[in-house]
Design a protein around this ligand. Structure first.
Ligand SMILES: *Cc1c(COP(=O)(O)O)cnc(C)c1O
Length: 374
């Protein structure tokens, strides 16, 4: 059921819902409209970007412009490469140790399912040392990482910066004690400014906050890209292969990169990452303020660690949670069910979720509370 109507073309209105999916997730409607307009004939080429050679002039412009816009948005220094890869964020769980574990040792901070999966994957390639974890309280907080016991010879320290399932975010980066920091930013990519120089590798699947599934972006400091990888590392899983070929070693996820490029332009038009941060803070505050005053709903995360992107909440009664999700869906608020490992609800409010979407959700929650509070 549609919640609002988007004027797609003259005299053609399209029903849209407010989509709170954690990923694949909402994209800016202007971007979808532009892609639709260019579908049959991309700028006079007479073909769709989907049908185009990745070696063509038109496509070369698309991928180069996407990279340039991302560099501008994130202020990426020249000694970092930007790679557009495939295999999702999960493939990086293996690529990182395969390429970076020179001493066969790395430190992992385990703050959720995705960090845990990366930690487990790394164990296949060397010694992955768990230096901190928040599993004791179902990952509802970020552990103190100011003075961790990091092995001297660890090749890197790994974090998942925003925990999509649990709704926590590192507000300060861990003290890596001089070690290279590797961060999975899948669910907070481009949600606020970052200081790229603090990281060796920043990577994320784009289907949370940037574009369609199928693309993973890896921003990696050049000195970390070497031939010295673990024996048996396939050509396709070497950063050097893709860095040397500017992400065109083989056919890249061409259409996905094109949409990412449009989202980068949209973000620039919105005022860049400083502005997005302000908007995201304002949006999240509407929801968190309500959760803090509600007598029915409550947030599940320690306040100081709350994510701006993923907001989990519960009523404390599984049947009532299910009723809420069903009634919300009927009213046009989609994908509010919490992750299967957590239960309850989760509202993902990425960059492309309009502020009205959050305002209307809170209105709906207030109504539900009035009707269901005993
Ligand atoms: C979704 C997600 C992943 C997994 O992404 P895939 O592209 O499906 O492999 C990894 N890390 C984080 C933080 C995520 O949100």
């Amino acid at each position: 059921m549609a919640l609002y109507f988007y004027e797609f073309q003259e005299d053609e209105k399209v029903g849209r819902v407010y989509n709170f999916s954690a990923g694949p997730a909402v994209l800016p409607v202007e971007v979808l409209q532009e892609a639709a307009d260019e579908m049959l004939d991309y700028r006079g080429t007479g073909m769709s970007v989907m049908e185009m050679s990745h070696r063509s002039k038109a496509y070369d412009n698309i991928i180069k412009e996407a990279e340039a816009d991302l560099r501008e948005l994130m202020n990426i220094p020249d000694n970092y490469k930007v790679l557009f890869l495939q295999g999702g964020a999960s493939q990086q769980f293996a690529m990182i140790p395969m390429n970076l574990m020179k001493n066969k040792k790395a430190a992992y901070i385990v703050t959720g399912q995705w960090a845990k999966k990366a930690y487990q994957e790394a164990q296949m390639y060397g010694e992955a040392v768990k230096v901190a974890s928040s599993e004791d309280k179902t990952f509802s907080y970020i552990p103190d990482c100011s003075d961790l016991d990091i092995p001297e010879d660890a090749d890197y320290v790994y974090i998942c910066e925003n925990n999509t399932i649990y709704g926590t975010k590192f507000k300060t980066l861990p003290n890596t004690k001089g070690h290279t920091l590797v961060a999975d930013v899948s669910s907070c990519f481009l949600s606020e400014p970052v200081d790229v120089t603090k990281y060796g590798v920043i990577y994320g699947g784009v289907q949370k906050n940037i574009g369609p599934a199928g693309v993973v972006i890896v921003i990696i400091r050049e000195d970390l890209i070497t031939e010295d990888v673990l024996p048996g590392t396939p050509t396709m899983l070497r950063y050097k292969t893709h860095a040397d070929a500017n992400s065109l070693y083989n056919t890249p996820p061409a259409y996905g990169i094109y949409i990412c490029g449009k989202v980068f332009k949209w973000l620039k038009k919105m005022g860049g990452l400083e502005e997005m941060k302000k908007i995201n803070e304002k949006k999240a505050k509407i929801l968190y303020d309500f959760l803090d005053e509600s007598k029915l709903f409550k947030g599940t995360v320690r306040k100081e660690d709350r994510s701006l992107m993923n907001v989990p909440f519960v009523t404390g009664d599984a049947d009532l949670d299910a009723k809420f999700v069903a009634e919300a869906k009927a009213a046009g608020f989609e994908n509010l069910k919490g992750h299967r490992t957590v239960g309850g609800m989760r509202a993902s409010i990425y960059n492309a979720m309009p502020i009205e979407g959050v305002e209307k959700l809170v209105e709906f929650m207030k109504k539900f509370e009035a009707e269901n509070l005993k």
